[in-house]
Design a protein around this ligand. Sequence first.
Ligand code: SF4
Length: 763
Amino acid sequence: MSVDKGRFRRGQRQQETFDFHTGEFAPARWKSDDEIERYVPTHCCYCGVQCGMYLKVAEGKVVGVEPREDFPLNHGMLCPKGATAYQTVNHPDRLTYPLMRRGGKQSPLERASWDEVLDTIVERLRAIQAQYGKDSVAIFSGSSMTNEKCYLMGKFARVALGTRHTDYNGRLCMSSATGANERSLGIDRAANPISDMLHADCIFVIGANVGECFPIVTSYLWQARDRGCKLIVADPRQTPIARTADLFLPLRSGTDSALLNGMLHVIIKEGLLDEDFIRERTVGWEETRALVEHYPPERVARVCGLRPEAIVEAARLYGRARAALIYTARGLEHQSKGVDNGVTAINLALSTGNFGRPGAGYGTLTGQGNGQGGREVGQKASQLPGCREIEDPEDRAYICSVWGIDEQDLPHAGYPATLMIPAMLRQEIRACLLICSNPMVSLPDQHTAERALRSLDLFVVLDFFLSETAELADIVLPGNVWAEDEGTTTSLEGRVIKYNKAVDPPGEARLDWQIVCDLARRLGKGQYFNFHSPREIFDELRLCTRGAKSDYWGITYEKIAEQNGVFWPCPSEDHPGTPRLYEERFGFPDGKARFHPIAYIPPAEEPDEEYPLVLTTGRVIYHYLSGNQTRRTPFLREMAPYPWVEMHERTAEQLGITDGEWVTVRTRRGEMTAPALVVRSIRPDTLFIPYHYGHTQAANQLTNPVLEPMLKIPEYKVCAAAAVRAAEPPEWAKEIDVAELVAAQKRRRELPIVNGTATPTLR
Ligand code: SF4
């Protein structure tokens, strides 16, 4: 798909932009001298905002990008990741032919033909399954892929391989959000479109670094503030969005549910409940009311490391708002109590009647590009397409009827991704096909994860770069980037949008879905994978979701183009889609939402004498997840080339560490050394390390693999740690200019506060 070049007046969109550093106007960012042949309307491949963009194609290559003014979410804006995403397409690191180890695990990866690698995979999978059973093989999938591919991976596992073990990297990302949504609201989707922010009187952001992880959403928060909306931010770090908050709550990591219970306590005491809403639209209130009696602000303040008055003020700002929104992200969810934390946030929204109206609701901001769709379409361990349950007899029967298989041949629930690792170590799982995921950066306790992946009899990775994980594979299959195929994703709003193809994959690289269908054919299951295009896969997916919770039946490629995306549920082709949920009913059969009383339980590890600090991890604006793409993008790499250890100046002083000095951080899993970044914008009891880096730079060498009991997400955001001045720099330090690294980070933090009031630094 492409659009008429004449529609665009190149270079006229914005002739000049203001440079904050020089104080002068500079030439427009999007001006280019290339002769552009085609402008392909599509979306950014990175975060869940899925900003609209045009890929510029010249001489058969993607040569640039322009933001789309017509896409109703980003309105002509892109963040640094989006503006440089196109540079992955022609990147010299692209995998352009299959690779295989011919002489065992210790031999090098060598060039191979497609027939050789595909035949080898099929032969070895057959042998492993014949000897150890169907379930000895696992699929480890991803959520940065299109819905079509995510759907295909779940079907491939269950139909082509007949294994029950299929799961995806969203387990490490969105599963707490899923658990909270399903337990309390009955539907796993953000309740509101982002534009609802402009109708809110109060927005409460807890555990979400919006400015860096979802940069374009920041403009909505600022516009809301311009209209008089109050912004509350709770985070152990004074993130960019916290600097512009009306009220900043620098809470201790892992104490979110105590804070939320404390706010609900105040709301009850001050008569700010919506009694009618509670009575008519919810069940379970009395138990929750009784529980939060035990969370007076004084007690909560001690737990969270806050002032009691700040908790009261937050409750008043939120509780008195005519319409209020709560947004959470991984800060609140990446915990062993992540589901409970989400539930306490929803309790707060339900108690004040903040659902089903413009500006009133709750949402979790999805980190992965298709973090929403990837968790709906049936690649998860216990799920069938449409958010159907794999153990539900009706759901099983329906999906089997669509797929044309016997119900007895459909496997039951398998291991979530985090439990595949111990199963590999037990040699219960002996082979794994991994697609578009990089667990050698993203899994906690990296040393254990590496042992597990190395122990496999067969490890196949499908990717477009040789990631840290692909380096361990026996066979590497070169796939496509987003610009080389078409297909849908579902944004953090629940809006189904579409990527359009700009160019073909390079060299011998192939389209991911064609590789998977080819494997299915060679496994003797071709009749179930007789797809000729992503559209055909999407049409089957639509049928699978018909009548289900995430109903895509009424969504077509044409309708997505006409409406600039369609919000699910969309049960028929003449249905406009559903931007705002819960206007009349919640997602349970009786239509009512559920309160759940949630007692605060501390994180699995708390500081002690040996490990007196708290380590938390997260993202920076310049990188996307494991950094497999953004660390290869020159500008992004230049801005954040290596990890660092962020610490408060008081902590640094106590440890005798100054800016840029090497500091070693130790936890019960291991240690790593990185330069110190001394700031005032973090709690003095907390350290922060960005997690985008691999090998000896991976923050996940340190994180705690303890899991949330229901959804099995690891506790990335809080573990006990110790820090000391490093005896000597790490090996990788020889390559870098530390002073430049520290200066770059300081510059980023010192950008002027725009459109906001200064908030006090953490002293
Ligand atoms: Fe938009 Fe997210 Fe891409 Fe940035 S990374 S351009 S916010 S979709």
